[in-house]
Design a protein around this ligand. Structure first.
Ligand code: GAL
Ligand code: MG
Length: 995
């Protein structure tokens, strides 16, 4: 086809023209030395960098003849390749989830595309062919172009392709000229392909992955297929290599130490192979030598080989003979400045972060990733579900409901080839990566013949892997599409229900625990299933990284922007931020929980020792040392390191020396497994697992020494001691002043608080709507009674309150002042029936912002909530009030710590207060903002400057939940039912050094 047609863009039968057959992603070199060295290939020439560029908002306004040799484009702007058009000053990035991005703008139906809003980018690059590549055939590879593009060289049409996430390659040989060549590429944002690319992500376009020229030597092997076969008990491995060429081939297989273990013709057999797994990603190095008729080496392909067997046995997925559990995460390719045009550094950061946090699996949601990612997964050890680029969500799910009136691809044969092409392009490129265990037929595209045929293609072509597809949930007639039962956001109870009914397939959650904003509460309910049900084989958290883009606010300060911030409409707002890491790659406090619950080795200590359960399938614990620390009231008192060697899937109890017996205090036995040596993913000393056992040896009772003087005025009750003064107001109905050594601690007086800044999950399940009576009850109250009971050493002042939510509810706060200046506070709530759940039962006041240094003895060190505290430990840690606010995309509740024994709140001169528990540990939130200020802000830049430290002391705060962010409530046991009576107590006392 020599004349390109604009209507290919909406012709479902044209998705490539002149594109080369997809092939494996191997590299190739001229000599063994070069192949051994690896790295940049001599036969490749990168075209990344500055290109000439012209943007047109619609088809009519594009420079239609720009590709012609004689048309001069030198005066055009430049754009960087790889990169998205919308992040380089043209058009607008737009974030939408399920609806198609033109919803409400154009009423087209597939395969038509919105004609009047189809922006295009015209790209021009001139190049001269480097000497070393002259006189050979010339090809070009586009690793990723969104969503459809036409290519010309020197005015002649080269080809056309769709599918944004797999390579498109063309031969250029017939069109090249000596000297300068003009390469012209016209990229359209919308094409038939766009109907298949309705993933929940930012909508971009452009050349966003590498572009390079390449040539091939004589006898070149275009495609390599490596198949590994293991004998039943893994004593022998056979390597089959298919490498098509007319020339002679010779194979050399080396082990990791560079020793040749087999050579000659395929198949190669080796004894006692080292197996590949995520725990121990052992890779052999295969060299494929191509020799010409005179026996000279003309090409060497270095190909990594991992021997592993992945199979379904007795309805359970097994790797190398062992039941596997995926401790997985979904990952979009994302960078807050570059969008999906991520760098190798980003990938290395991602994979190290995953490994360091005990994540062992990744789903490439929802498209094939850059080739480099799979190499890293092979090398670092990560199990991969490789997902093809197919999502048609907006064609069958509308406003949460299924409506299949115009669903694609379903059973429409005209969509078969375009869909199958995407599967083949992924398979051919990625097939040699041992890390890929499962092919995924795409995401959220309903079910039908078309996808069933995709699944059949994978199964017929590749018996070494299994096939995943979640969409059969919506049409069980196509159940056979998926080898495993895969669901998204099924609740723990639903999963148990499935597993306890003798199912015919094992279970995974391809997405679970929706990490939007302050979330991940109740994740333990899923990981608990690992031990209970052999057919539960894990899940993939949604998701790894927030998709938010750097933008400047009106004062020139950068912030992380979400949908709508670019005036992009329609949009789904901050639904793009569901990561366990932020868009600028910092760990969120949610990671603390992930790391703990995904531990492969479990440590269960007591006073005298520790039970170590090695749940690794293949590795012993010899790579780690066991460090244990005994703390007294949070202070380390005794430390020891010992060797432990527990075989995979074994457990043992190890006795530990504990010199403390009978000495009063609260103790913790902290045990931790630390890496002995540096690895590629973490340094020696890295903690891979921990466990804690807390116990108390008789605590000394506290005394209340010193005398007080009470002055009862008409309005004010004063309690005076030698270094302090507390004033209570009968009109304000509370403590209005607390001076220690003449310094005022109260900037705004304490009142009962029943509200937290709503989280994304709270909004998603309408909690705010249902419980809003507690919002007003936190802002407005009526003090109905003040009582004073004064003695020589203590004075008690109590306040009764009525709340707008209901007259049936009663709240009483009692302050008992002692001679040393401590104030014992008791907050009692008398419940009533038929009221909504309470977000929190707390007392909150403000201190001047000078008091912002915090020193905690609490569950930490990161933020935690009662349904997300498994990964927290009782410890001493320091931070400041502003630090406690985590930059969730939209400001919301954050920074809370449960299990608080005490927290010191001081200024730079060590003046301030201590908040101390009495019987039950507290839940505290100490930040520069009130719940109302946080809730009122849609961006962090909308928050007021910090004049105060807001101290919120709670008996309980409800959990944060996390099953999903669109309806699921916090689990019952982590909610606070309004009909019960509640009470908590604490002490406010002057800060004393040495605490
Ligand atoms: C799933 C979908 C993901 C994402 C998530 C919600 O339905 O597969 O792409 O949209 O929900 O954040
Ligand atoms: Mg979707």
């Amino acid at each position: 086809m020599n004349s390109p047609q604009v209507n290919w863009l909406h012709d479902v039968s044209v998705f490539e023209v002149n594109r080369l057959t997809a092939h494996s992603d191997h590299l190739y070199y001229k000599t063994m030395e070069e192949a051994r060295r690896g790295g940049a290939m001599n036969w490749r020439y990168s075209l990344n960098g500055s290109w000439k560029f012209h943007y047109a908002a619609n088809i009519e306004s594009r420079p239609a003849s720009f590709y012609k040799k004689e048309v001069d484009c030198s005066g055009w702007d430049t754009i960087q390749v790889p990169g998205h058009i919308q992040l380089q000053g043209y058009g607008t990035p737009q974030y939408v989830n399920t609806m198609y991005p033109w919803d409400g703008i154009s009423s087209v139906r597939p395969p038509d595309i919105p004609q009047d809003s189809n922006p295009s980018g015209s790209y021009v690059k001139t190049f001269t062919i480097p000497e070393r590549m002259k006189d050979s055939p010339l090809f070009i590879s586009f690793q990723g172009v969104e969503s459809a593009f036409y290519v010309w060289l020197n005015g002649q049409f080269v080809g056309y392709s769709e599918d944004s996430f797999t390579p498109a390659e063309f031969e250029l040989t017939p069109f090249i000229s000596d000297g300068e060549n003009k390469l012209a590429v016209e990229v359209y944002q919308r094409s038939t392909g766009s109907w298949l690319e309705d993933q929940d992500f930012w909508r971009f376009s452009g050349i966003f992955r590498d572009v390079y020229l390449y040539t091939v030597p004589e006898g070149h092997i275009w495609d390599v297929t490596v198949k590994t076969e293991l004998s039943e008990f893994f004593e022998e491995a056979v390597l089959h290599v298919e490498a098509k060429t007319e020339a002679d081939v010779y194979f050399i297989l080396e082990n990791r130490d560079g020793q040749i273990v087999a050579e000659g013709a395929s198949p190669l057999t080796i004894g006692q192979p080292h197996l590949w797994s995520a725990e121990s990603p052992y890779l052999y190095q295969l060299f494929i030598q191509v020799r010409n008729s005179s026996g000279e080496i003309v090409e060497v392909i270095p190909q990594k080989v991992g021997f592993r067997r992945f199979e379904m046995k007795n309805r359970i997925m097994h790797l190398n003979g062992k039941r596997i559990v995926f401790k997985g995460v979904n990952r979009h390719e994302f960078n807050c400045r570059r969008g999906r045009a991520i760098t190798k550094e980003d990938m290395i950061w991602d994979i190290k972060t995953m490994k360091q946090n005990n994540i062992n699996a990744v789903r490439t949601s929802h498209y094939p990733n850059q080739t480099e990612w799979y190499r890293l997964c092979d090398e670092y050890g990560l199990y991969v579900i490789d997902e093809m680029n197919l999502e048609t969500h907006g064609s069958w799910q509308k406003m949460g409901k299924v409506d299949t009136s115009w669903t694609i691809p379903r059973n429409n044969p005209e969509w078969q080839e375009i869909v199958l092409d995407r599967a083949k392009s992924m398979y051919e490129r990625d097939k040699n990566h041992p890390s890929i265990l499962i092919w995924s037929c795409g995401n959220e595209s309903h079910a039908g013949e078309v996808i069933l045929n995709v699944s059949k293609f994978f199964k017929e072509t590749d018996p070494s892997r299994l096939v995943h597809y979640e969409g059969v949930f919506h049409d069980r007639n196509y159940n056979e599409t998926s080898d495993m039962e895969s669901r998204m956001y099924a609740k723990p109870a639903d999963i148990e229900n499935y597993l306890s009914n003798n199912p015919d397939k094992p279970y995974i959650s391809c997405e679970y625990i929706h990490a939007m904003g302050n979330s991940l509460g109740g994740m333990y309910k899923y990981t608990d299933l690992e031990e209970k049900y052999p057919m539960y084989q894990g899940g993939f958290i949604w998701d790894f990284i927030d998709q938010a883009l750097v933008k400047k606010d009106r004062f020139g300060h950068e912030f992380l922007a979400y949908g709508g911030d670019f005036n992009d409409r329609p949009t789904d707002n901050n639904f793009c931020g569901n990561g366990i890491v932020t868009a600028d790659r910092t760990l969120s406090p949610k990671m603390q929980e992930v790391k703990f619950l995904y531990q492969n080795i479990k440590l269960v200590p007591d006073k005298k020792g520790v039970l170590i359960k090695n749940e690794q399938l293949f590795e012993g614990t010899a790579g780690y040392k066991l460090a244990y620390t005994i703390t007294q009231n949070g202070i380390p008192k005794y430390m020891e390191e010992i060797e432990v060697n527990i075989e995979p899937l074994e457990e043992a109890y190890i006795a530990l020396d504990n010199p403390f017996a009978g000495e009063a205090g609260e103790y913790a036995m902290n045990v931790s497994l630390r890496l002995k040596e540096n690895t590629i993913w973490a340094d020696a000393g890295h903690e891979a697992a921990f466990g804690q056992y807390i116990y108390t040896e008789t605590q000394a009772a506290r005394k209340c020494p010193g005398k007080i003087k009470v002055v009862e005025g008409d309005v004010t009750i004063g309690v005076h001691g030698s270094h302090f003064r507390a004033l209570f107001s009968k009109t304000a109905g509370t403590l209005v002043s607390l001076q220690y050594a003449g310094n005022e601690m109260i900037a705004s007086p304490p009142y009962p608080l029943f509200w937290r800044a709503m989280t994304d999950n709270d909004h998603g399940n309408q909690f705010a709507f249902k419980s809003s009576g507690w919002y007003t009850s936190s802002l407005y109250r009526k003090c109905t009674n003040v009582e004073l009971a004064a003695g020589e050493e203590t004075a008690s002042i109590s306040f009764d309150y009525l709340l707008p939510i209901s007259e049936a509810v009663g709240v009483k706060v009692t302050y008992t002042v002692c001679g040393d200046g401590s104030i014992y506070v008791k907050d009692e709530y008398k419940g009533a029936k038929q009221l909504p759940d309470l977000p929190i039962h707390a007392l909150s006041f403000k201190m001047p912002a000078d008091y912002s240094r915090l020193d905690w003895y609490a569950m930490g060190p990161e933020e935690n909530y009662e349904d997300r505290a498994k990964g927290a430990r009782l410890c001493r840690f320091q931070n400041t009030a502003p630090d406690t606010i985590f930059p969730y995309l939209v400001p919301q509740e954050s920074g809370t710590r449960t299990g608080v024994r005490f927290v010191n709140i001081t200024d730079e001169n060590n003046r301030g207060i201590t908040i101390r528990f009495i019987n039950n540990p507290l839940t505290c939130t100490i930040s520069p903002y009130t719940a109302f200020e946080l809730e009122n802000a849609a961006h962090h830049y909308e928050l007021p400057s910090a004049h105060y430290t807001v101290v919120t002391v709670a008996g309980r705060q409800m959990g944060v939940g996390g099953d999903d962010s669109w309806g699921s409530p916090v689990h019952e046991e982590h909610r606070i039912q309004a009909e019960q009576d509640l009470a908590f107590e604490f002490i406010i006392q002057p800060f004393e050094q040495g605490e």
